[in-house]
Design a protein around this ligand. Sequence first.
Ligand code: ATP
Ligand code: MG
Length: 260
Amino acid sequence: MNAPLLRARALTKRFGGLTAVADLDLEVHAGEILGVIGPNGAGKSTTFNMIAGATAPTAGSIDFDGAPIAGRPPHEIAARGIMRTFQHNQPFAGLSLAENVMVGMHTRFSAPLWKLIAGSRAAQRAERDARARAEALLDFVGLAEQRADDVGTLSFGQGRLLEIARGLAGEPRLMLFDEPAAGLTPAECERVAAIIRDIAARGIAVLLIEHDMRFLMALAERVAVLNFGRKIAEGAPAAVRADPAVLAAYLGSPAGDAHA
Ligand SMILES: Nc1ncnc2c1ncn2[C@@H]1O[C@H](COP(=O)(O)OP(=O)(O)OP(=O)(O)O)[C@@H](O)[C@H]1O
Ligand SMILES: [Mg+2]
């Protein structure tokens, strides 16, 4: 098999006396969907925060495409090709959908270049191209008709779709999804699942945190299970779901009781 696109080794995050993530190894390949599950407080979002650069690991390494990225700032990590969606939608208020997606593209433009070409024909062309790409991404997630609308008019589920389009605007090679199905209707869940499948089919690596087991099991080829910051199981969804340690973690009781 090819080298993994993302490789975390012995990743650890402590907040004071609390170890949120402990000695975690993770690997994701291009085009693969890796699920990450675990009870509340297991360290899933903290793991994403470290990969995306929102928080620096206390210890351990993260390599992306062979380069060390642990502790690098979020804008540098985004520019390298790691984008995320959040557990809660975070659109830019007062802008249209298309403009929100265009903001997501700026991770790929260097500021000095913009200064150089500002106001020029080249800048106008760049903006036209950006708008066309934004509209293509909105079409991809099913929001093409609302492209000129203010983000304030979106339903919760549409806001989630916009978040995905904004993430894709950064041309990621790895997408991090933190509970993308949370709060969605069943029809919206289906839509998001199909989009995530399409994203992986384009060769983008996907890390997917999800509490909705059915949603996750239908998407992920491999699942890693965290509990109190440690990886307690990893493998095919069906095997992981039947793992006694996983059952015990979810039920908060010895595995024997789970079967009783
Ligand atoms: N900035 C922080 N400061 C202190 N403790 C934190 C911080 N962020 C997270 N924690 C703690 O670290 C642990 C892991 O939190 P994290 O948010 O990573 O869990 P999670 O698996 O994403 O949970 P959930 O399923 O509820 O989203 C929790 O005990 C949490 O309270
Ligand atoms: Mg979380």
